[in-house]
Design a protein around this ligand. Structure first.
Ligand code: ADP
Length: 161
């Protein structure tokens, strides 16, 4: 049976930290679906289509990827996609409590799926989409934070809001 993974998130916008997780997870999944949560509780700055498009432009060269958006319960989406693995990234202890709660909830709702946590690359430990948004909004350099292919688009959007 093909191993299908789902990497869900807000990706508002995708960062080098997300991209690192995508690259690593794509190596042990036959297919990896990067799933953009449409109506995130975080009220995203980038639209759903923009977030999908920014990911698409960042992942050139990885063949076994699908990028799409979803709404509703992750556990249901994972089942619909015939996936068995939920991928999440773990930065510091601050991520742990929320991620632990989500993993246990998803296990209850979909016992067939396993959540697999990948620890952040040490270079991206501090990095989050909100840091990117704050730095770009204030005219700072985000070239180390986001893939080169999307830097200008992200800057243009954030400097004009
Ligand atoms: P969510 O709103 O679902 O937390 P995010 O886009 O903030 O969406 O994050 C998606 C996933 O990527 C989460 O599991 C998060 O912990 C992980 N992640 C975010 N930034 C990094 C990073 N710098 N290194 C590793 N994992 C990360």
């Amino acid at each position: 049976m093909a191993k299908i993974g789902v990497y869900p998130g807000s990706f508002d916008p995708i960062t080098q930290g997300h991209l690192d997780i995508i690259k690593r997870a794509s190596k042990f999944c036959d297919k990896l679906i990067v799933a953009v949560l449409k109506n995130s509780r975080k009220s995203p700055i980038f639209t759903e289509q923009e977030r999908v498009e920014l990911i698409r432009r960042s992942v050139t060269g990885i063949d076994n990827l699908e990028i799409e958006s979803f709404d509703g319960l992750l556990a249901d989406y994972v089942r619909k996609k015939d996936a068995q693995i939920i991928i999440r990234g773990l930065r510091a202890m601050s991520d742990f409590e929320y991620e632990f709660q989500m993993a246990l909830t998803n296990k209850k709702l979909n016992p067939e799926a396993e959540t697999v946590f990948l620890t952040t690359d040490i270079n991206y430990m501090y990095l989050s989409s909100s840091i990117v948004r704050d730095v770009a909004k204030n005219g700072g350099d985000i070239s180390e934070f986001v893939p080169a292919e999307i830097k200008e688009t992200v800057e243009n959007k954030l400097r004009n809001i």
